[in-house]
Design a protein around this ligand. Structure first.
Ligand SMILES: Cc1ncc(COP(=O)(O)O)c(C=O)c1O
Length: 372
């Protein structure tokens, strides 16, 4: 057990599940020369729309592009406000600023570490144009409450589902209750490409058409631009990779759930660990298994010395980063998110993680709290 190496993420098992068939199809794509737009991209868009239960899917180059282009399509003006959670990956904030609006930060709820609907209600002003919840670590925010709130005020609801492929809450999938949902297919995501890729799903035909135009120079039709756009298309090779991987998503999410259940059973009551939980009504897809402890860095070092790699998500909330110094939100402004940042440590989790690897993580973690 002691010499079992456990990477934080091993993409090998998922890659091996698709590689033989994928290579055959890739050869077809290369021979056909269909590298940009075209049938490979459309095939994935249809499949992902069906998988998410949405009417439209627009493939783009990254999760950030999906968020940014959706926000640009809302026609935000300087001074317009978008409500974002204080604990997220920085891309959520970047998209708002790059679309020309202002981040209004709201602390996360202690129960699900996602945007707190009560905090959102208290922060809505007459400049609020959009609420942007993040479905953090694989668990959705309270989408029913947020949808009721935004619908009653005529505010857009854009979901950052970059960590939550396949998740539901109260039976609702991302992208259904609100305006749209943005996905990243960064390689280590629950559904990951072999490079960068992303998508927006929505029920709104007009929004889908606008984002489709924005991803390619604002073109409604070739060489007829309605907007100032971008080069932000989903690459055809990545679309093909995703088409091959999508049928495995539910099974891979189940494997993540089984790994999470092992950690939650074996690490219960160990040291000062606070273990992650799924709130009632949430179908958690365990993008990350993130524990909390007073000494995350010491634990990470101890595990690393025993062959167990870990990650921290995220040691610095965006409002405390130099990039967002203009928010003038010093340490102490968002106590729940800041406590998460101080205490968080993510243990290895990925489809195909073996029993021996899980046991090695558990044994090393128990060893740390038993005094080495
Ligand atoms: C919560 C969240 N939002 C946005 C993104 C941005 O996705 P991408 O890296 O594909 O641009 C990520 C990806 O890491 C993410 O985790």
């Amino acid at each position: 057990m002691a010499d079992t190496v456990v990477p934080f993420v091993d993409l090998g098992p998922a890659t091996r599940a698709v590689s033989a068939d994928l290579l055959v199809d890739l050869e077809g794509l290369i021979v056909a020369g269909l590298f940009v737009n075209g049938p490979y991209v459309e095939r994935f868009e249809s499949a992902f729309a069906a998988a998410t239960g949405s009417l439209y899917c627009v493939g783009v180059a990254s999760g950030l592009d999906a968020l940014r282009l959706a926000l640009i399509a809302l026609d935000l003006e300087p001074g317009d406000e978008v409500i974002v959670p204080a604990m997220t990956f920085i891309a959520t904030f970047e998209a708002v600023v790059q679309a020309g609006a202002r981040c209004v930060v709201v602390d996360v709820s202690g129960s699900d570490l996602c945007l707190d609907p009560a905090g959102v209600a208290a922060s809505i002003t007459d400049r609020t144009r959009c609420v942007l919840p993040v479905h953090l670590y694989g668990q959705m925010a309270d989408i029913r409450a947020l949808a009721a709130l935004t619908a009653s005020k005529g505010i857009a609801l854009l979901e950052d589902a970059c960590q939550a492929h396949g998740a539901t809450r109260d039976g609702i999938r991302a992208g259904i209750a609100g305006t749209a949902a943005a996905y990243s297919f960064y390689p280590s995501k629950n559904l990951g490409a072999m490079g960068d890729a992303g998508a927006l799903v929505t029920e709104d035909e007009t929004l889908a058409a606008q984002v489709r135009a924005l991803r390619q120079h604002g073109e409604a039709t070739r060489y007829r631009s309605d907007y100032v756009g971008y080069t932000a298309r989903l690459d055809a090779m990545q679309a093909l990779v995703l088409t091959h991987k999508l049928p495995h998503l539910d099974g891979w999410n189940r494997q993540r759930g089984e790994a999470a259940a092992v950690y939650s059973r074996e690490l219960l009551g160990v040291g000062d660990l606070v273990l992650p939980t799924a709130v009632a009504g949430a179908d958690h897809v365990w993008h990350l298994y993130t524990v909390r402890t007073a000494k995350p860095e010491a634990l990470a070092e101890f595990l690393g010395a025993r062959g167990v790699a870990t990650g921290r998500h995220y040691p610095q909330p965006p409002h405390l980063s130099a990039a967002f110094r203009d928010l003038h939100a010093p340490d102490g402004t968002f106590p729940v998110a800041e406590a998460v940042a101080r205490e968080t440590l993510s243990l290895p989790i990925f489809p195909g993680i073996t029993e021996a690897q899980l046991a090695a993580v558990v044994e090393a973690t128990r060893g740390f709290f038993a005094g080495g």
